[in-house]
Design a protein around this ligand. Structure first.
Ligand SMILES: O=C(O)C[C@@H](Cc1ccccc1)C(=O)SCC(=O)c1ccccc1
Ligand SMILES: [Zn+2]
Length: 172
């Protein structure tokens, strides 16, 4: 079922998430709830801390609407094991910092190792939007938000706007 997404600023979004010991049915259900929440938002990724669960679990599907079949990925304990020297800049958004976007530069290609929903170890190299998104999601597991890459001025402005939106939503 759909879960509420925490809005920045929230201390839970800045904490380190714990590794997953083993993939249980409870965690598989959580992963499905996260995919449902992500598609509904809509978004192209979601990390467990964004719904208040401090476990190292992310989901992503960067296939653009109408560009082909969805490719939902569920990653337990994802880690970047290799990064390209070249970088790419993308306009990033965050479901926990709604309606705000900023350009972030990251390695253009990353190799990621994770445990899938069947408990198998997987390794894959991502580029383009997939690379940006998987790095954005893994950052969430380390309590890092995309605004942490911006200037203090810009970060403060976006935090203020997010606080305001959070207050308005609380009143609604
Ligand atoms: O907060 C999140 O992790 C989700 C975030 C992921 C992300 C977006 C862009 C660059 C890097 C990571 C989002 O999905 S924000 C919403 C968004 O960008 C989007 C929504 C619908 C279609 C396409 C993009
Ligand atoms: Zn985000």
């Amino acid at each position: 079922m759909k879960r509420p997404i925490l809005i920045h600023p929230d201390p839970r979004l800045k904490k380190l998430a714990d590794p997953v010991a083993d993939v249980s049915d409870t965690l598989r259900v959580l992963a499905d709830d996260m995919l449902e929440t992500m598609y509904d938002a809509p978004g192209i990724g979601l990390a467990a801390p964004q719904i208040g669960i401090l476990q190292r679990l992310i989901v992503l599907d960067c296939v653009k609407e109408g560009d082909g079949p969805a490719r939902p990925l569920v990653m337990f304990n994802p880690e970047v094991i290799a990064r390209s020297d070249e970088t790419s800049a993308y306009e990033e958004g965050c479901l926990s910092i709604p309606e705000q976007y900023a350009e972030v530069t990251r390695p253009a290609e990353v190799s990621v190792r994770w445990m899938d929903r069947d408990g198998n170890l997987r390794e894959e190299t991502f580029d383009k939007l997939w690379a940006t998104c998987v790095q954005h999601e893994i950052d969430h597991l380390d309590g890092k938000l995309f605004i942490d890459y911006l200037s203090p001025m810009k970060r403060q402005m976006m935090t203020r706007k997010s606080q305001k939106l959070k207050r308005e939503r609380a009143r609604a």
